[in-house]
Design a protein around this ligand. Structure first.
Ligand SMILES: [Zn+2]
Length: 182
């Protein structure tokens, strides 16, 4: 039951901490990508989505440009849904972003968002609710405010306005910070 509620209402990046918050222990096998039969169709779709999105963004985080790998295998890079799958977000490149693990989490938490950028592109929003004084918080997050998105590569459809608007109204926290000064 818990698994069904998680799948129907939240993106996978938030499942772990939600379980912790309510003192629920899901077995490792249940929280991993190969959980229960119910999600078989979804796993199939997710795999294609990941490949499409990572290729569209050339295996770089669209926010910071992170592109780590072990050998030939990307590590710490994920395909994020802009409009959550649990809220009818399609597994489509127009609804996807290639993000590093940190920025994926912050995007799903509403710390980071997407705004209209120059020439029909997108720029990065950072919520004023987010606070961090460390160099890591500054350089990893605050400095992104107002920066243009990295990618997608030419010829790939950018994020659809409807999905971006959904994220801004349903997930993003309050007011965006003004662009960080270069
Ligand atoms: Zn990143």
């Amino acid at each position: 039951m818990a698994r069904v509620l998680l799948d129907l209402n939240f993106p996978p990046s938030l499942h772990g901490e939600l379980c912790e918050a309510v003192g629920l222990e899901l077995e490792e096998a249940e929280t991993g990508p190969f959980s229960m039969p119910l999600s078989a169709a979804r796993r199939q779709r997710d795999r294609r989505m990941r490949e499409m999105v990572l290729t569209a963004y050339e295996y770089q985080c669209a926010f910071c440009g992170y592109d780590g790998r072990i050998g030939a295998v990307p590590v710490g890079l994920e395909a994020a849904h802009v409009r959550w799958w649990a809220f009818d977000g399609p597994d489509d490149v127009e609804n996807g972003l290639c993000l590093c693990s940190l920025h994926h989490k912050l995007f799903d938490k509403g710390v980071l968002g997407l705004g209209e950028g120059p020439a029909g592109g997108h720029r990065i929003l950072v919520s004023q609710s987010f606070v961090g004084h460390s160099t890591a918080a500054r350089e990893g997050v605050l400095v992104l405010a107002g920066r243009p998105l990295i990618g997608p590569q030419p010829g790939v459809r950018p994020i659809a306005t409807a999905h971006r608007s959904w994220h801004t109204s349903q997930v993003f926290h309050g007011t965006p910070r003004p662009a960080a000064s270069a």
